[in-house]
Design a protein around this ligand. Structure first.
Ligand SMILES: [Zn+2]
Length: 183
């Protein structure tokens, strides 16, 4: 069984515009800007042996305002620029009542099955409460980057930057490894 890290896409892996206190989901490749500050932290996670995965809600696919080929081009760029193993997308709208739209944990369960992940040893990184709740529902540790969208619900850690989050994950990972080896 492998340890894994799930990262929310918008605001963590790609930069987003903010309008009226909301992040604006990019709808074209031209609007899609990979966050250069994500490269080094993701490399550190890969080097430590984590499976590194992105997750994203994209209701525009089922509501027909986001063409699948445009999303594929954005995700192709993301996979070329960042050391990611895969990207998991919920294509549904809330009215579809699917099991994978975050804060539901369906994407985490699907990825855990495909990558043989031990969810107890997995982390979820995000700047939004929905991912912290999905993490909680799946038994993962939630690591939030401080933002206006983290809410007041359950979360395990809140830190200032992605670098600090990765520092903390590596500390926890090394300590739990030492504990398991001693047992
Ligand atoms: Zn879904």
């Amino acid at each position: 069984m492998n340890p894994g890290v799930f990262l929310e896409r918008n605001g963590i892996l790609n930069l987003v515009r903010v309008e009226r206190q909301h992040q604006v989901n990019p709808l074209t490749l031209g609007e899609f800007i990979v966050n250069p500050a994500a490269i080094a932290p993701l490399r550190r996670l890969k080097k430590a042996g984590f499976v590194v995965l992105a997750t994203t809600n994209q209701p525009g696919l089922s509501l027909d305002y986001l063409p699948r080929h445009e999303l594929d081009r954005m995700h192709g760029l993301l996979l070329r620029r960042l050391p990611l193993d895969a990207i998991y997308t919920c294509p549904h709208d809330l009215s579809d009542d699917c099991p994978c739209c975050k804060p539901k944990p369906g994407l985490l369960f699907e990825a855990a099955h495909q990558w043989r992940l031990d969810l107890d040893r997995c982390f979820v990184i995000s700047d939004k409460w929905q991912d912290a709740l999905a993490a909680h529902n799946a038994g993962c540790t939630s690591m939030l980057v401080r933002s206006p969208w983290i809410g007041n619900g359950h979360h395990d850690f809140v830190l200032s930057t992605l670098d600090e989050v990765v520092d903390r994950i590596l500390q926890i990972h090394v300590n739990s490894y030492a504990m398991n080896s001693a047992a």
